[in-house]
Unconditional design. Structure first.
Length: 247
């Protein structure tokens, strides 16, 4: 299918753009869109220019999560792209016919990324369980989309879960809230290392994010061992995994 990339905007981005510098997030995606000839909606640039010209304020736009007025600006830009792309008078359509893909920019890219399912038998006696958290009894806000979603949970330090996987990278898509613990992992029976799921947003929200445990492994079959540990700064020990991820 055709892909269109839209560069949305957060508070530091307009300042960087007005200074003539693409923020890291935009520059990194631009390298990919140019490589694969993917059409883009440069919403961040449009917003920065309108603010500079005093045709728009950040408040009018609605901030990082735009209000309808701000989303209308984005929708109009997308409409302009589609109109130009589908016009019979367009000599060089913005959305081009697909051709064989070039080599990836990064040989270790996550182009084989996928969710992993953990068999129920792998949970037996591990101190982990597949459950829907009782959110009303847990400190911190949560997003309603996760309210009824079963997940793999451990709140007891040192209880180890083992997962066999195939690939070169392994991680987890998880919720990290005020009670998030430190995640300790071991690959193929090696030394334990610590991964910190706690995020700046975790203070008041069970924040959804993906954390990587290991990357750059020899591609093939591997074994992950994972356990929760108490966060010495915040005192939490909970790990709530929506999905393990592999590449």
């Amino acid at each position: 299918m055709d892909v269109v990339v839209t560069y949305f905007v957060n508070p530091p981005i307009p300042e960087s753009l007005r200074a003539g510098t693409d923020p890291v997030s935009i520059a990194a995606h631009a390298a990919v869109t140019e490589r694969y000839e993917i059409p883009t909606i440069r919403l961040a640039h449009e917003v920065a220019q309108r603010i500079t010209d005093h045709r728009l304020t950040w408040k009018q736009f609605g901030g990082t999560h735009p209000v309808p007025y701000g989303n209308r600006i984005c929708a109009d830009l997308i409409d302009q792209l589609f109109t130009a792309s589908w016009s019979p008078n367009t000599r060089t359509p913005a959305v081009k016919k697909r051709s064989p893909l070039p080599m990836p920019l990064d040989g270790e890219s996550y182009d084989r990324g996928r969710f992993l399912e953990v068999p129920d038998q792998a949970l037996a006696g591990t101190g982990w369980e597949r459950t829907i958290p009782q959110w009303s009894a847990i400190k911190g806000e949560w997003r309603t989309r996760f309210r009824e979603v079963p997940m793999l949970v451990s709140t007891t330090p040192s209880e180890t879960l083992t997962l066999e996987f195939e690939g070169a990278s392994i991680g987890a898509y998880l919720l990290a809230g005020p009670d998030a613990g430190v995640t300790e992992v071991s690959i193929d029976g090696g030394d334990w290392s610590k991964v910190e799921p706690y995020h700046n947003f975790s203070k008041g929200l069970h924040y959804p994010r993906t954390v990587m445990f290991a990357a750059g492994l020899e591609r093939g079959k591997h074994s992950l061992r994972i356990k929760a540990a108490t966060n010495p700064e915040h005192g939490g020990s909970a790990v709530r995994v929506l999905h393990f991820v592999a590449n």
